[in-house]
Design a protein around this ligand. Structure first.
Ligand code: FES
Length: 344
């Protein structure tokens, strides 16, 4: 069974039973504004004109109660149960959709390195194939097809200026892709990369201060953003906060230390919950460290990546302290484990 959904300018799509409007629109080649695809960024926000639509869980930062009461929906979480009509609020998202002009490609790369960085994080290096490289903006992500595993999203950690790709992969209990990378993936194996996707990319025209907040492998898109910001010589203050449970879980910090050595406006703060040995690492929650340091985020742009809960708390703190919602850019990734927790 499927339903018809009218989108805009007479465009109509078919949505199969149980599928979301956004996934169906993208599958049918429709240029639909989107970011996280997980109900977290608000980039796909649309107005329901008619029909019966059910929404799966989403962040209140992506769609708040007032907006919901005005009939707004998030098509990435919206499953139709009848024929419907919606209106895409694209005029409000011009900035958000800037990266949608980049052509989505599916290209083959070869594995050149698999490096274990912490007890459960691997860095995967891929070499460009003969069909060219992926164009993307710093902070975006791609779908990786590894072995015979189901495709999975990972952020590029390299700068868009380099053609080889770097991904950070955390092994999860029952994680098909991550366990394949850990146990089976071989140097020289082909990996298909489809993308780019995502709206949490570096706004290089922004001249105000920047705060970047990462947790876990959310460090990958933040690394890409910071590398690119330094290549294009962005001059404003940039504060980077990187949170983990313990010092052993921090990785790639030497790269950020080099950035801060070379740019006095760039400051890097690793923060861990358990007592650290290294003096430059702060103790506590990353979100607490942020409010200890900065109490007014007016004029800032924020880039957030990491576990959904951390992203939500950080967004709340930033908004309470004066940042505009449109200046927060995040593509939090929901692992299957996180999704189960969110639904409880
Ligand atoms: S909230 Fe729908 S794409 Fe992010």
């Amino acid at each position: 069974m499927s339903f018809k959904v009218k989108i805009k300018n007479g465009i109509e799509i078919e949505v199969d039973d149980g599928n979301t409007i956004l996934e169906s629109a993208l599958d049918q080649g429709i240029d639909f504004p989107h970011g996280c695809r997980t109900g977290n960024c608000g980039a796909c926000k649309s107005k329901k004109i008619s029909g019966d639509i059910e929404m799966s869980p989403y962040s209140e930062f992506a769609l708040d109660k007032d907006e919901e009461n005005q009939g707004l929906i998030l098509p990435c979480r919206a499953v139709p149960w009848s024929d419907c009509e919606i209106e895409v609020l694209s005029e409000e998202h011009n900035d958000e959709t800037e990266a949608n002009g980049i052509e989505i490609k599916c290209l083959e790369y070869k594995v050149t390195n698999i490096t274990k960085k912490t007890k459960d994080i691997f860095i995967l290096d891929l070499k460009i194939g003969n069909k060219g490289s992926l164009n993307f903006k710093a902070g975006q992500y791609a779908e990786l097809y590894i072995g015979n595993c189901k495709e999975k999203h990972f952020s590029m950690a390299n700068s868009p200026e380099t053609s080889n790709l770097e991904f950070h992969i955390k092994t999860l209990d029952g994680g098909e892709v991550s366990n394949y990378v850990k146990n089976k993936l071989k140097i020289g194996e082909t990996v298909k990369v489809k993308g780019p996707y995502g709206n949490a990319y570096l706004r290089d025209r922004h001249k105000g201060p920047i705060i970047a907040i990462a947790g876990g492998t959310g460090l990958a898109p933040i690394l890409s953003i910071i590398k690119n910001s330094q290549e294009i010589k962005m001059k404003q203050p940039i504060n980077i906060y990187y949170g983990a449970q313990s010092e052993k879980e921090l990785y790639c910090i030497e790269q950020f230390e080099i950035f801060s050595k070379n740019n006095k406006n760039l400051k890097f703060f690793p923060v861990v919950v358990e007592e650290p040995e290294n003096k430059i690492v702060r103790k506590g929650f990353v979100t607490d460290a942020i409010v200890q340091d900065i109490n007014d985020f007016d004029g800032y742009k924020a880039y957030l990546a990491g576990p959904p809960k951390m992203v939500e708390v950080a967004e709340e703190i930033l908004i309470t302290n004066g940042i505009r919602k449109v200046d927060i850019h995040s593509d939090a990734f929901y692992t299957p484990y996180d999704e189960i927790k969110e639904k409880k």
